[in-house]
Write a protein that binds this ligand. Structure first.
Ligand code: HPA
Length: 247
């Protein structure tokens, strides 16, 4: 059975309302995923949920086995993935609590296992990544938000930094000069691995802080969880709408 996969991030440990039917924690060709893949039913439709930081949340962004996670979701039959992640807002209007469906990525990460195509190849493999996110799935997120009466910003460029530290103000200035609107640490190589695996992938980003230097003083890391907590209900509703709208 083909299903929609949901990858949860910080503050999104489980998917309330998901009727779990199976919990699979199997080693993949690329190693162990972050935690069990929860296969279940949402809105009468089969879905699979995986928390990318593990349960309990313990794996930092640069240590996540992104290849195993995508491989485990593919093994669960996922042909589409909606990924949820917390980000910092670079653009002035993307204040904490804003939701963004980005349409572009700039990758600043390094040293991560970022491809399925490196060994035992007959020829080098190059996937097209002109449009990193699936437009149909991104539109489904946007329509669902509209139906739910939740404001979202459709489009925008996601900067993926290495972490786990936050950026300096000068680094955020540079991201802004590069045309980035939001910054997070987990969007890559997740998005490209999904592309390599032939899985449609869209991203729902939750702005939990103003990026470094975009508000006075240091970033209050303790305040991020509060913003996340007030956003999860809206995010869940949007994803439920997407699941319900899928053929
Ligand atoms: N930078 C990078 N990743 C993040 C941020 C940020 O400001 N906020 C949440 N994830």
């Amino acid at each position: 059975m083909k299903r929609l996969g949901i990858i949860g991030g910080t503050g999104f440990l489980e998917f309330e309302g998901l009727e779990v039917q199976a919990r699979r924690e199997e080693e993949t060709r690329w190693g162990m995923p972050s935690g069990p893949v929860l296969e279940g039913v949402l809105e009468g439709t089969g879905v699979a949920f995986l928390h990318r930081h593990g349960t309990p949340s313990r794996i930092p962004p640069h240590r996540i086995n992104y290849r195993a996670n995508i491989c485990a979701l593919a093994a669960a039959g996922c042909d589409r993935i909606v990924a949820v992640a917390a980000v910092g807002g670079i653009r002035g209007d993307l204040v904490p609590g804003s939701l963004v469906i980005p349409d572009q990525i700039v990758d600043y990460t390094w040293g991560r296992e970022h491809t399925f195509f490196e060994d035992d190849l007959d020829a080098p493999v190059h996937v097209d990544f002109t449009a990193p996110y699936d437009s149909a799935l991104s539109s489904a997120l946007q329509s669902s938000a509209l139906t739910a009466g939740t404001a979202v910003t459709a489009g925008g460029t996601y900067a993926c930094t290495q972490g786990p530290r936050l950026e300096s103000a000068a680094e955020v200035d540079r991201l802004e000069r590069d045309g980035c609107d939001i910054v997070g640490m987990t969007g890559m190589p997740e998005a490209v691995l999904a592309r390599e695996a032939g899985i449609a992938y869209a991203h729902l980003a939750i702005v939990v802080n103003a990026a470094a230097g975009r508000a006075p003083g240091p970033i209050r890391v303790d305040a991020m969880a509060g913003v996340m907590a007030t956003s999860t209900g809206k995010v869940r509703q949007i994803i439920r709408g997407v699941v319900a709208s899928q053929p």
